[in-house]
Structure formats: C-alpha cells, structure tokens
Design a binder for this molecule. Structure first.
Ligand SMILES: C[S@@+](CC[C@H](N)C(=O)[O-])C[C@H]1O[C@@H](n2cnc3c(N)ncnc32)[C@H](O)[C@@H]1O
Length: 302
C-alpha cells in the first residue's frame, strides 16, 4: 500500500480552515486528501488523478469521510480549465505530491519498476499514445542521449543509447535493465541500481512530466487566494529546480526595482516563500520513498 510522504507537514502548512476550498493535484491513494477532507468540514476538495485504479480506491475512501469532494479524472496540467468549468476561479490551498504511487510501481504490468519484469509502458494515463516501448525502440540515438542526460542526469547516456540501438527490439523492463548493465562500468553497479536514472528519464519523457508540472504550477499561482498556500513535494532535483525557480520568480522583487528608495505597491511580490521541509529521521527510517522528498511551501500575500 502507498505510504504518504510528509503527510503531517503538508496538513500543518496548508493552513486548512473548516470552509477552505482545496485542490489536491495528485490524489493517488488519498493519503493527503483524506486528512484534508477531515479538516475542511464545510469546505470542498477537488482532487486530480488520471489513474483509474487510484480513483476507484480513493472515491470509496473519501466517501467514508464526507461528500464534500469531487475527483477530477484529468491531468493536473488542466487545473485552471477544469476548475473554471466548475465556476471555480480561486481556491485556498493546492497540493502536489509528484511522481508515481507505490501501487503504480509495484503493479508489474505498468512497467515503471526496474525490479519487476513488464512490457515497457510507464504511462501514467493508460489512454496516452506515447509509451516507453515507443521511446526505447523508435527514438534516434541523439534523442535518447538527450533525454538520458537531461531527464536522468545519466553520465553514461551515450554508451547506454548505443547499446539500446544495437539490441532493438527491446520489449520488457528487465531486457532494458540488462542492456543498461552491459553498457556501464562495473563500479557503476555497486552503489545504486544502474537503471534508475534511465528509467526516470524515460518516465519523464513518456509523461512529459516537467513541462506539465511547470505549466500547472504557474496556473496554480493564479488560482490561489490571498492567505492561501501551495505545497509541493518533489522527488528529484529536476522537479525541485522547477518549483524553486517558479516560486523565486513570484516572491522576489526585480533587482532594478529593488534599488528604488520607495517601492510602489504594484511591484511588491504577491507571494512569500514560507519554507522548505525534508522528511524527519523517523519518516526516513519508516518509508524508503521519502528518501529524496522535499516539500516547498509558498503563500499568497498580496
Ligand atoms: C505520489 S502519488 C500521490 C499519493 C497521495 N498523495 C497519497 O498520499 O496517497 C502521485 C499520484 O499523482 C498522479 N499523477 C502524477 N502526475 C499526474 C498528472 N500530471 N496529472 C494527474 N495525476 C497525476 C499519479 O497517478 C499518482 O496516483
């Protein structure tokens, strides 16, 4: 089962009130959503996911708490459009707990895990056309190297891409793992799993994860009420950098304006970065998934 990461830290920092309107962009198995719903007795929760199994499970779980929620079966890149369709233009809190859930990793047919054999898939939305099989078996060498570098920060991108092209067609996750192992030095296999960076890169490419997150986060800033907060849990440096840069862009005064003796109100930042939290030792000992997690929090102040 999925163990929620930084759960109490998110709940404490969303500043929940009984009548808050909250958006959980990554419902998953409703760990965060359940606690949110318990605290917003007269409020409302909109929760996004595009995984039918997670939606089915979480609908039942949330119905045991209250009826004040709607699950939106859509990519969170559509946050603004989907809320506007429901005549919602402003909300009091937004949460992102990025990545895949433990059940998604464990289900052998989803192809996310380098530990389990499965057809190369990795689609979060199983109705999408692009899957890992297509990327691995059709992308040219240059494009493979590019995504392995950019999305995986994989230093052996070039030799792995060459190995992939030589061994095509590659149908399953474990075939891909073997090709990766054959194309990296022995010492690279000792510390961490040698396939983890390439798997991360392919997953990001298949789901266009970084672009989707950046667009959604920028839209989320427009949706938040004064006093409202956005909490983002990231699991790798690329997501975290996007979050940090977007937050910085709306919370700092332009360096040219900063030099003025009096700063006009319209130039004062509309957001304040509250803090960044990493999981406690206790959580790290209990939940391996929390290892690389980071929670960033921003509040609308003007
Ligand atoms: C880490 S899990 C969330 C777990 C959840 N917070 C909990 O405690 O149970 C991330 C979830 O977000 C979903 N997800 C990831 N990217 C998404 C996107 N772009 N749009 C909608 N859902 C997405 C995944 O399908 C997955 O169920």
């Amino acid at each position: 089962m999925h163990k929620s990461v930084l759960l109490n830290e998110c709940i404490d920092n969303l500043n929940l009130k009984p009548n808050s309107i909250i958006v959980d962009c990554t419902l998953g198995y409703a760990g965060h959503s359940s606690e949110i719903l318990k605290k917003i007795k007269n409020g409302y929760l909109y929760a996004f996911d595009q995984d039918n199994e997670a939606i089915k499970f979480s609908t039942e779980k949330l119905l045991n708490i209250s009826k004040n929620f709607e699950i939106i079966n859509s990519n969170f890149v559509n946050i603004k459009e989907e809320l506007n369709k429901r005549n919602v233009t402003h909300v009091d809190g937004i949460l992102y707990d990025l990545g895949v859930s433990s059940p998604q990793l464990d289900e052998d047919y989803r192809g996310f895990s380098f530990h389990q054999n499965a057809r190369l898939d990795m689609r979060m939305n199983q109705e999408n056309d692009l899957d890992a099989y297509y990327v691995v078996n059709n992308y040219p060498y240059e494009k493979l190297v590019d995504i392995f570098y950019k999305y995986g920060e994989e230093k052996y991108a070039s030799s792995i891409a060459k190995g992939i092209i030589k061994n095509r067609p590659i149908t399953t996750t474990l075939e891909l793992v073997d090709v990766i192992k054959e194309n990296v030095p022995e010492k690279y296999k000792r510390d961490k799993h040698p396939a983890r960076k390439v798997f991360q890169a392919i997953r990001i490419e298949v789901n266009d994860e970084l672009n989707v997150f950046e667009k959604s986060l920028k839209d989320a800033l427009e949706l938040i009420n004064i006093g409202g907060r956005i909490c983002v849990i990231t699991f790798h440096s690329l997501e975290d950098k996007i979050c940090k840069d977007v937050f910085k862009s709306v919370s700092e005064i332009d360096s040219r304006i900063k030099k003025l003796p009096i700063i006009p109100d319209e130039y004062l930042p509309k957001f304040k970065v509250i803090k960044t939290i990493q999981p406690s030792e206790i959580e790290l000992n209990e939940n391996n998934r929390a290892r690389s997690a980071k929670l960033r929090i921003i509040e609308r102040v003007g």
